[in-house]
Ligand binder design. Structure first.
Ligand code: FAD
Length: 187
């Protein structure tokens, strides 16, 4: 793996978390924090997983979580998930990555939450992004992208490409059928 190429491991449903974290630990030892791991705020276990990854100097992309999960594994209430998503970034911000240019990531299209975290498009003040950056998926909340860049918020858009774009797309479609516009043609 080229040392300069960032690589993110996505997180699938709750049954995959242990093995994905095992793989991540091995990759982290070999490649350092240019390899990052997605953690899902809705899982009860995530605060502990987050501490473990931070202790190993890993890089985290925090998302709300896309898959259906039982109450045994995950918060069921939208407000509770949003609450978890508000708290965990503060922990990430206190643990910046030491490698220049690398930041932990908030993967969300929730502009309200981003505003509350000081990383939204509406703020006039200089951003307080510090060690955090923002990522969104291609085609979602596009109207906010320019404003995020104008505020100098470190921001990336993820686009699906390559041989496995189709299963990736089907998972996004399962999250929300409005994603159908990705293939049917956009506004
Ligand atoms: C960069 C990135 C990587 C991700 N990787 C993973 C992963 O590895 N594992 C995983 O479980 N989940 C992943 N997700 C998905 C994530 O868990 C959420 O399911 C998804 O981002 C929707 O939650 P939200 O934070 O955008 O907030 P929400 O409250 O769901 O959405 C906020 C607003 O954004 C808009 N919006 C959000 N999602 C969509 C959509 N799909 N289509 C159209 N409009 C939308 C709507 O206007 C909505 O009101 C990823 C998300 C991003 C941005």
């Amino acid at each position: 793996m080229g040392a300069q190429v960032p690589l993110w491991l996505d997180m699938e449903d709750a049954t995959y978390v242990d093995r994905t974290l095992d793989l991540y630990r091995r990759l982290l030892l070999r490649a350092g924090p240019r390899v990052g791991i997605c953690l899902q705020a809705y899982l009860h276990r995530t605060p502990m997983d987050l501490e473990e990854v931070l202790a190993a100097a890993g890089r985290i992309r925090l998302v709300k979580g896309a898959y259906r999960a039982s109450a045994a594994h995950a918060l069921q209430d939208r407000a509770a998930v949003d609450g978890a998503f508000l708290v965990l970034p503060e922990r990430l911000a206190r643990e910046p990555l030491t490698e220049p240019g690398l930041r932990h990531v908030l993967g969300t299209h929730d502009l309200g939450l981003l505003e509350r975290l000081g990383l939204g498009p509406a703020g006039n003040s200089p951003p307080e992004s510090g060690p955090l950056s923002v990522q969104m998926l291609y085609g979602i909340q596009e109207d906010a992208w320019d404003a995020l860049v104008r505020r100098d918020i470190p921001f990336r858009v993820l686009i699906s490409y390559g041989a496995h774009w189709y299963p990736w797309f089907m998972r996004r479609l399962a999250e929300r059928t409005s994603n159908l516009r990705f293939v049917l043609g956009r506004k």
